[in-house]
Design a binder for this molecule. Sequence first.
Ligand SMILES: [Zn+2]
Length: 320
Amino acid sequence: MSTLRPPFDHGLHELDDGLFCYLQPDGGWGWSNAGLVVGDGSSLLIDTLFDVRLTAAMLTEMSGVIPTAPIGTVVNTHANGDHCFGNQLVAGAEIISSAATATEMEDIPPALLHAMVTSDLGDPVLTAYARECFGAFRFDDVELTPPTRTFSGHLGLDVSGVEIELHELGPAHTGGDVIVHVPAAATAFVGDLAFIGGTPIVWAGPLANWCAAIDHIISLGVDTIVPGHGPVCGTGELAEVGAYLAWVDAEATGRFHAGMSAADAVADMVLGPWADWGESERIVANVATVYRHLDPSATAPGVLDIFADMAHWRAANSRA
Ligand SMILES: [Zn+2]
């Protein structure tokens, strides 16, 4: 097999015999990747995309390489809409996720995202930011299509002769993150446990659990990692994601114990080498998650509150 990386160009790329990734530059908010494992008679799709139009275009491109192996199985790596809002177009297949992901899929419904990009959110900075993040996508025709099969821990699958291993490694990015390991190709599709070139966002945590998930992926001995966002990479780039998360965890925890508020902690932290990653404003959400795990009495903020805080941090820290 080859460890050549495909270019970070939009569309389908062959990684190995019968193994493909579908990439969506620039990998920012909503621009997620997917994968395809082709067996002898049926195929497995890893994630759908953020809206119906994008998913339809992807499925059309994939149909060209699977004329005799239709998609019989879909894995949703986690519950974020950019990995499952296209499910309605593969509703005839078995759709697999972790049990935790199936539960979370209701949390941020398409209608909320539709409202975020079409409503005045009562705060001009937030309204503009929400449209910038999600305005390229269409949510009013998305019909939330839940998994038809769930599991916890580990699940082995045989995709018409290709051995696949699903590992549930959350809670980390979300409550139920799953990776798809293809041992014969030394490849893992890791969903949003890897953002490459962009800043990871920790919705669930704890951050140490995400770092442990990264260690687990590296221990699989894979050569090729398809992240949920950004270009195909190897374990070195994945380890860098872990380094960022460990840094955030340590810096935020120290400030928590020193009595600083989460907002003051964020203002006091210097991103250094990570300031160049996209969506650096996600530091706000990540520190809030660290604080939430350290303070048992804290309640999780609403998604609009998190976006408002990120929008204002970015407005205050913009280099433009
Ligand atoms: Zn994503």
